[in-house]
Design a protein around this ligand. Structure first.
Ligand SMILES: [Zn+2]
Length: 238
């Protein structure tokens, strides 16, 4: 059976003399493995689509539990990431993160599209990689079903309108009246508003937001708690 599918290459493993086995995120089928035959030869028509970060429209032949890549049209290689060490590390972290998540979860096409958008912004940016990455992390964890409530106290339901305590485990805030001391992270009201904005903002408007490492740390802790993993190899390079 031959199919057309948009894929993003997350991991490449050399196979036999000239082939690669590619771990890929597909737009409509979640995580898949592709066999790319002969792609390590210099004259292969599959060479560009068989590299890490390659985002392509592929023709695939389904063979038992593997797909064979028969032709590909490269849409974006995010090539400029390779010329920028910091952007490259953040890009690699995005690939490692979504590789793990797609293994454990049903990843919908809106997550695929957001991953492509994030890599595009990382490749075009000269700074703010941590802000772009935190935005991806917060939107991702929300799409996986753990969207924090930034507006109401989880205990009494009152509107949050001053500093509050964020519970990573419960996925929301406790107001000053409800907080049991020591069960969360103290967050200022302006930081709560910033996180809410990050959740809703489009990547192209990210430059309108000021955020710092404290917020990025909370977002990452929250994501890692809910996906059940925190030891990503690429993070050691950041
Ligand atoms: Zn309350």
């Amino acid at each position: 059976m031959t199919i057309e599918e948009e894929v993003l290459i997350l991991k490449e493993v050399n196979y036999k003399e000239n082939d690669k086995i590619l771990h890929a995120l597909s737009k409509t089928r979640g995580k898949i493995q592709l066999l790319s035959k002969g792609c390590r030869k210099n004259n292969s028509h599959l060479i560009n689509a068989s590299q890490l970060f390659a985002y392509s429209n592929c023709t695939l032949f389904k063979s038992r539990d593997m797909y064979i890549l028969t032709s590909a049209q490269l849409i974006n290689s995010f090539y400029s990431l390779r010329n920028n060490m910091e952007g490259f590390f953040y890009g690699n972290y995005i690939l490692e993160l979504i590789n793990y998540i797609a293994q454990e979860n049903n990843v919908e096409s809106k997550i695929f599209n957001m991953t492509i958008t994030t890599l595009d912004f990382l490749s075009k940016s000269k700074n703010n990689y941590d802000k772009i990455t935190a935005t991806y992390e917060l939107k991702l964890v929300s799409m996986l079903g753990y969207k924090p409530d930034f507006k109401h106290c989880m205990s009494c339901g009152a509107m949050i309108n001053s500093s509050a305590v964020f519970s990573i485990k419960d996925g929301g805030f406790y107001c000053r009246n409800c907080v049991i001391s020591g069960n969360g992270i103290n967050v200022k009201y302006n930081e709560i508003i910033t996180m809410d904005k990050i959740l809703k903002i489009k990547f192209k408007d990210l430059n309108t937001i000021e955020a710092d490492g404290k917020i990025f740390n909370i977002i990452r802790k929250y994501l890692f708690y809910h996906i059940g993993k925190d030891n990503f190899t690429t993070l050691k390079l950041l």
